[in-house]
Design a protein around this ligand. Structure first.
Ligand SMILES: [Zn+2]
Length: 119
């Protein structure tokens, strides 16, 4: 359907803009001494994002419909994987240092997930 396609394109454009801004904010906040990692948009059914072993951040364009604090949480989570490619205690310590309230943000996002992912 043409309207659906237009809407998807609009979300993707908006997602690219918003995610780029959030990345720019979160990289220094996480104490990452590096240039911005490459970022790619990928529509996914069950995931908000991922981080490839090569350090590419993949984000779900549907995430742009979530409140900003939730977007920051996902971006911070994936950026932490640049340091720790796992969900170890060290990983969560990094995350908590940058976003002490990450758990509340995650709960909010989890509650919205079905609505945002299935439109
Ligand atoms: Zn993870």
């Amino acid at each position: 359907m043409a309207v659906r396609k237009l809407l998807d394109d609009w979300y993707r454009q908006r997602a690219a803009d918003v995610f780029a801004k959030v990345l720019l904010e979160m990289v220094p906040r996480l104490g990452l001494r590096r240039t911005l990692p490459p970022m790619r948009l990928l529509s996914m059914r069950t995931q908000w994002g991922s981080c490839s072993p090569k350090g590419e951040i993949v984000l779900n364009p549907h995430l742009v419909k979530a409140p900003r604090p939730c977007i920051e949480y996902v971006v911070a989570h994936e950026l932490c994987h640049l340091r720790e490619h796992n969900h170890s205690d060290r990983f969560y310590r990094h995350l908590a240092r940058a976003l002490p309230d990450w758990e509340a943000r995650k709960v909010e996002l989890d509650d919205l997930a079905e609505l945002l992912l299935n439109r």
